[in-house]
Design a protein around this ligand. Structure first.
Ligand code: F6R
Length: 587
C-alpha cells in the first residue's frame, strides 16, 4: 500500500524524507511526492514513477520540516496530479488508507466553491483541514477525521505551524525520536534515524515539532505513550550482493527457519498448547501466500490435534465467518500483520469467543494488538512484494506448533532441513532452465498431491505474480476431471513429487500429460521418480531426499527460484510486480 514519512528536525527535511521514501517504496511505487515547510511557505514536488524521480527536486525543497508519500493507486491513475501530498489552502496532506465517503464530501466541498486538483479520495482531507482550521491544527484534524469514513494514516503540514500533525485509524503509523522527530508507515523507514519508537493508539493525534512530540487521545487529552528503544538496525534492508530483494530473501529462507526455531524455544507455549489440545476446532485465516501457508497448516495441525482444522481466505471469512465458540482457536496468519481483511476476520472470530493467535513477521503490527498470543515468524524485513522467506517462516511455525516431540528433536529436524534449503537457494543449475520453459509456455500448471498440492498452490501464485504468466496450482488427481482439456504442447505442467505415499499417483499424472503432448518439468525429492522420469520429460530437478512432511521447505524454495528466474527472462523487475503492493491495508 502507500507509504508515509514525516520529519521535523534541524537538518534539511528533503534528503531525510527522500531516504525514508526509498525504504518505503516497496509499499507502493507508482508515484511519489514530498512537501516541505519553510517560514510559512509550502514547497511541493510530485512525480509519477519511482521515488528516484524526486532526486532532481531535492534542492528546491526548503526547510527542516516535511512530509512524503509513495503511492499505490486506488482512486485515480498513477499521475503526478494524483500523487500525494495534496495541497489545499494552508495544508499539505499525505494519506494511507481509503476514504469511503469521499465522493459525498467532495460534492459538498465543490458546492461550497472548492476546486479539486486530483481524482483521489485523499484530497478531501486537505480541503476539510482548511475548512475546519481555526488556529489549532490538531483540532482541525480531529474535526476532519470526524467527517471521514474508512481507514487512514494521515500526516499534514500547516503553513501556520512549524511542525506536522499525524493521526491514524485502521492504517499503520509509527512515531520515532532520534536525529529529529519522525512518523512513518513502518519501522524500516526509521532504521538508522530514530533511536526510539512509539505506536500511537487508534484515534490518537500527534503534534510534532523539531524538538517535541506531543500525543493526544481522540478527545484531545494529552497522553503519554511509551517510546521503546529501536533495537534492530534492520541491516537486512539492503540487497547485499544480490541483484534483487527477491533472490536475497529466498536465500534467507534457511536463516528464517533457524531464527523462528530459536524464537519458539524461548516462548512459553503452554497456554497455546492447552488451548489447541482442548479446542473444538482450529480455524486458520489469511490472504494470498499467508492463506497458502495455512493450507499446509491444516495438514500439519490436523495430524497433531484431535479436532477439525480448516483454512479460510480472510476476505471471504469476514463476510461469511467460520463458526467458532469459546473453545475454538483462530490463527491469523499475516506477514505484515496489517492486512485489513485478515485483521477484520480475526477480530470477528475473537469477538465470537475464539482464542486468537497472530502468526506474523512484524511484532508491533496491528494484528498483534488484538491477539491473545503472538507467534513470531522471524523472517526479518521482507521488502520484495512477493512473499518468500515469510512463507517458509510460516511453514516453520506450523511445524513447531504441531510437533509433539521434544523441542530439541523438532529443532534438530528443522535445523537439518535448513541446511539443505540453504544449498538449494544457492544452486542455479536447474531453476533457470525450468524458468525458461515457463516463459516459453502459454500457461503453467503446478500439480501435486498431499503435501505437494499446497506447494503447487503457492508456487503458482509466485510465478503469476512476478512473471505475469497465467498459472494455476492444482491437485494432480483433479487433472482428469477437467484441466486435462487445456493440456497441449504450449502448456507446461510442473509436477511436484515429494510426498512419498502419493508419488506413484503423481507419476500417473505425468504420464497422462505426456500422452497428450504436454510439456512436463518435475521437482522431486525421490530418487526412484528421478530415475523413472529423467530423459522422458523436459526437466527433472532432484532435491535432497527428506521426509515427506518436511519436503515443502525444499520444493517451495526451488519453485520460488523458478519464479524469480521466470520474471527475469520475461523482462520484469521481480521486486516490484505491476499492480501489486506489499501490505494490503485497504479492503
Ligand atoms: C504474495 C503476497 C500476498 C500476501 C497477502 C497477505 O506473494 O505477498 O499474497 O501474502 O497480501 O499479506 P500478509 O501476509 O502481509 O497479510
Amino acid at each position: 500500500m502507500c507509504g508515509i514519512i514525516a520529519y521535523a528536525g534541524h537538518a534539511p527535511a528533503a534528503p531525510e524524507l527522500f531516504e525514508g521514501l526509498r525504504k518505503l517504496e516497496y509499499r507502493g511505487y507508482d508515484s511519489a511526492g514530498i512537501t516541505t515547510l519553510d517560514r510559512g511557505r509550502l514547497y511541493t514536488a510530485k512525480r509519477a514513477g519511482t521515488v528516484e524521480g524526486l532526486r532532481v527536486d531535492l534542492n528546491n525543497l526548503c526547510g527542516t520540516v516535511g512530509i512524503g508519500h509513495t503511492r499505490w493507486a486506488t482512486h485515480g491513475a498513477a499521475t503526478a496530479a494524483n500523487a500525494h501530498p495534496h495541497v489545499y489552502g494552508r495544508f499539505s496532506v499525505v494519506h494511507n488508507g481509503i476514504i469511503e465517503n469521499y465522493s459525498e464530501l467532495r460534492s459538498e466541498l465543490i458546492s461550497a466553491g472548492h476546486a479539486f486538483s486530483s481524482e483521489t479520495d485523499s484530497e478531501v482531507i486537505a480541503h476539510l483541514l482548511d475548512v475546519y482550521y481555526d488556529g489549532d491544527p490538531v483540532d482541525a484534524l480531529r474535526l476532519t477525521c470526524a467527517r471521514l469514513k474508512g481507514c487512514w494514516a494521515i500526516a499534514a503540514l500547516c503553513t501556520e505551524f512549524d511542525g506536522y500533525i499525524v493521526t491514524r485509524r485502521g492504517s499503520p503509523v509509527i512515531l520515532g525520536r532520534g536525529k529529529g522527530n519522525y512518523a512513518a508507515s513502518d519501522i524500516y523507514a526509521l532504521s538508522g534515524r530514530a533511536e526510539k519508537y512509539s505506536i500511537p493508539e487508534e484515534g490518537d493525534f500527534a503534534l510534532v515539532t523539531p524538538d517535541k512530540i506531543t500525543i493526544f487521545d481522540e478527545h484531545l487529552n494529552e497522553v503519554v505513550r511509551p517510546f521503546d528503544i529501536l533495537k534492530s538496525n534492520f541491516s537486512e534492508v539492503g540487497t547485499d550482493d544480490c541483484p534483487h530483494y527477491m533472490l536475497k530473501e529466498i536465500r534467507e529462507n534457511a536463516r528464517t527457519m533457524r531464527a523462528t526455531c530459536r524464537a519458539f524455544s524461548s516462548l512459553d507455549l503452554s497456554a497455546v498448547r492447552t488451548r489447541l489440545k482442548c479446542a473444538d476446532k482450529i480455524v486458520l485465516i489469511g490472504c494470498g501466500t499467508a492463506y497458502n501457508s495455512a493450507l499446509a497448516g491444516v495438514r500439519l495441525l490436523g495430524g497433531a490435534y484431535d479436532c477439525p482444522v480448516s483454512a479460510h481466505i480472510a476476505s471471504e471469512a469476514r463476510y461469511n465467518p467460520p463458526r467458532v465458540t469459546g473453545r475454538s482457536v483462530c490463527i491469523a496468519v499475516s506477514q505484515s500483520g496489517e492486512t485489513a481483511d485478515t485483521i477484520m476476520a480475526a477480530r470477528i472470530a475473537r469477538e465470537a469467543g475464539a482464542y486468537l493467535i497472530a502468526m506474523t513477521n512484524v511484532g508491533y503490527s496491528a494484528i498483534t494488538r488484538i491477539a491473545d498470543f503472538v507467534l513470531p515468524v522471524c523472517a526479518g524485513a521482507e521488502i520484495c512484494v512477493a512473499a518468500t522467506k515469510s512463507y517458509i517462516g510460516q511453514l516453520a511455525c506450523f511445524h513447531l506448533l504441531s510437533a509433539g516431540t521434544s523441542p530439541s528433536v523438532r529443532d534438530c529436524a528443522l535445523e537439518n532441513i535448513s541446511k539443505k534449503v540453504e544449498e538449494i537457494a544457492l544452486d542455479d543449475t536447474y531453476a533457470p532452465g525450468i524458468a525458461k520453459l515457463c516463459v516459453q509456455s502459454r500457461a503453467v500448471f503446478f500439480l501435486g498431491r498431499g503435501y505437494d498440492v499446497d506447494v503447487a498452490t503457492e508456487a503458482s501464485l509466485k510465478l503469476k505474480e512476478v512473471s505475469y504468466i497465467f498459472s494455476d496450482g492444482y491437485p494432480a488427481g483433479e487433472l482428469k476431471h477437467g484441466t486435462l482439456a487445456l493440456v497441449d504442447e504450449s502448456v507446461l505442467s510442473i509436477v511436484i513429487i515429494c510426498d512419498g505415499a502419493l508419488a506413484e499417483k503423481s507419476k500417473n499424472a505425468v504420464e497422462q500429460i505426456l500422452s497428450r503432448g504436454g510439456k512436463v518439468a518435475v521437482v522431486t525429492t525421490l530418487p526412484p521418480i528421478y530415475a523413472a522420469l529423467s530423459g522422458r520429460v523436459q526437466a527433472v530437478w532432484l532435491l535432497p531426499e527428506v521426509p515427506s512432511h518436511l519436503s515443502h521447505f525444499l520444493s517451495s524454495t526451488a519453485l520460488q527460484l523458478v519464479a524469480y528466474h521466470a520474471a527475469l527472462f520475461a523482462g520484469h523487475n521481480p521486486d516490484k510486480p505491476r499492480n501489486l503492493a506489499k501490505s494490503v491495508t485497504v479492503e
